[in-house]
Design a binder for this molecule. Structure first.
Ligand code: ADP
Ligand code: AMP
Length: 229
């Protein structure tokens, strides 16, 4: 073994239905571990806002709560994961969401000599997800996430992170689209939990408690998984 060869950057996956807290926890893990959050939802919303071909193709599907085509999502993820800032490690938030995406990710990581260090399933009850999503908003400046009840900024309508005062809500956080997104999660994404269990990288974290409690439990499993990697 070449002792001088650096270990490849860690790859973490956060699985869970819409509203489980993937984005919230990914940002906290970024601060704590120095990894970069890669949210395919954020990347797609940026593509929609920029009016790219991928964004135009994804826009209506996202509004309805359906899944964007594997081809578009994989292309977007591939471009981003190879960027220099990802060399410290990545937290995949909202990807993979289908079996095809999971296979593509495996192939992509083989190319770069990486592997999945840990996949965490954030375990929540569907009923609570509707409340979480209905109250979700974020800072238009830095993207920090908030909630009408569960995570209010210290000063009303002022971001704790960047001081920005423009808050926004997502176009797909409607009751109708949430129902479609939950169905898509159970039909196409939940089976990946078994996939990662078989690959022996899966950890389950109960995510029904307060944000800080979930962060503590998640931090413990991530620290253990990356220490023994
Ligand atoms: P996801 O990325 O999985 O769709 P988010 O991280 O955006 O979910 O969380 C959805 C909403 O629920 C946000 O408004 C967030 O502030 C809130 N939230 C996240 N985790 C919890 C939690 N453990 N308890 C209560 N609310 C939470
Ligand atoms: P999210 O921000 O993760 O809640 O994703 C918002 C929306 O973007 C989803 O409802 C999908 O329409 C789309 N999307 C995000 N990630 C993926 C993915 N990995 N595969 C397919 N569609 C995705």
């Amino acid at each position: 073994m070449d002792a001088a060869k650096a270990a490849p950057p860690p790859v973490l996956i956060l699985l869970g239905p819409p509203g489980a807290g993937k984005g919230t926890q990914a940002r906290m893990l970024e601060d704590r571990f120095g990894y970069v959050q890669l949210s395919t939802g954020d990347l797609l919303r940026a593509a929609v806002a920029a009016g790219t071909e991928a964004g135009k193709a994804a826009d209506d599907v996202m509004k309805s709560g359906g899944l964007v085509s594997d081809e578009i999502v994989i292309d977007i993820l591939r471009d981003r994961i190879n960027a220099p800032d990802c060399a410290s490690g990545v937290i995949l938030d909202g990807f993979p969401r289908t079996a095809v995406q999971a296979e593509s990710l495996d192939a992509l990581l083989v190319e770069s000599g990486q592997r999945i260090d840990i996949a965490v399933s954030l375990e929540v009850d569907d009923e609570a997800m509707v409340d979480r999503i209905a109250g979700r908003y974020s800072c238009a400046g830095c993207g920090e996430g908030y909630h009408d009840t569960f995570k209010k900024p210290a000063r009303p309508d002022q971001c704790d992170q960047c001081g920005g005062t423009q808050m926004k809500r997502r176009a797909d956080d409607t009751a109708e689209a949430v129902g479609t997104r939950l169905k898509a999660y159970h039909a196409q994404t939940a089976p990946l939990i078994t996939h990662y269990e078989e690959a022996e990288v899966l950890h389950r974290v109960r995510a029904m408690g307060p944000i800080d409690e979930v962060a503590t439990a998640l931090g413990t499993v991530v620290r253990q998984a990356t220490a023994t990697a």
